[in-house]
Write a protein that binds this ligand. Sequence first.
Ligand code: HH2
Length: 305
Amino acid sequence: MEPLLASLQAAFSAEHRLDFGYPVPGSQPSAALHRLTWRGPGLMGILNRTPDSFSDGGELASLERALALAETMVRAGALVLDVGGESTRPGAQPVPLAEEERRVLPLVEALAARGWPVLISVDTRKAPLARAALASGAHLVNLVGGLRGQDMLAACAERGAPAALCHLIGEPATMQRGASYQDVLAEVSAWLSGQAALALRAGIPSVLLDPGLGFGKGAAHNLTLLRGLRELTALGHPLLVGGSRKGTIGAIAGEKDPKARDPGSVALHLWAALEGAALLRVHAVAEHAQALAVWRALAFSGPAA
Ligand code: HH2
């Protein structure tokens, strides 16, 4: 068989799993936990309630618009919706807790009340917000920069919430200044495996690992990480990849407008899918779902002729 076809079949039949301390949509009881399994790459739709995110800032200021976009993502087959209230773009300044709560919690509550068959994730670096979001119906915590302190570890572990551990050294405000690595893939891999061990030791039931594209990394670093994703999937946890509309695509394609970078985002994420990513964090859920459906059909029999 063609090596590419064999890789595609392997990637789209691979089973991924996350364990939770409580039932979530689609989970099954498993020992003392609740296990969600899925095959092939799933999609995490981005819902940024920020005025300043790099590609969609200000678009979801109204709760109604945020819910309408969430519904289109669910209809398009998103596995997870990722709600954020603080931009982590290069140069972004921290947002006070009360303001981040005001942006995030009403949307988490409204999504939970809908009862849609989708996981709700909260993208935050603040433990009190993680706690409040989990109490309001969020199912997992997306941690850019990882578990920075005891407080965040406890917030996830006490509740039994999985954590997405995303590589970032330093702070968004300064991360692009002189980002340098001896061996970016080895350093990211070692950081992720250390973070996973820390989380599991503290009682967090399961983790996703994310190389953190664009976080203190230039285009060459990001391409090296993407070429080496198999080294990261080999760490034994589901891999999350988020390249949507990021600067590397702009640098490669000469596209200054982040909103015009969805074609490049689809190409980047199809590569990540082929290399075994379990979850792809994207703005354009329907476009990615369509691309993945075509690859799934190519991998297997496809629709009847
Ligand atoms: N990227 C962004 C934010 N959160 N989380 C994970 N796990 N992985 C990522 O790559 C990632 C993330 C940045 O993208 P976006 O949310 O579109 O922009 P902003 O940070 O400006 O809100």
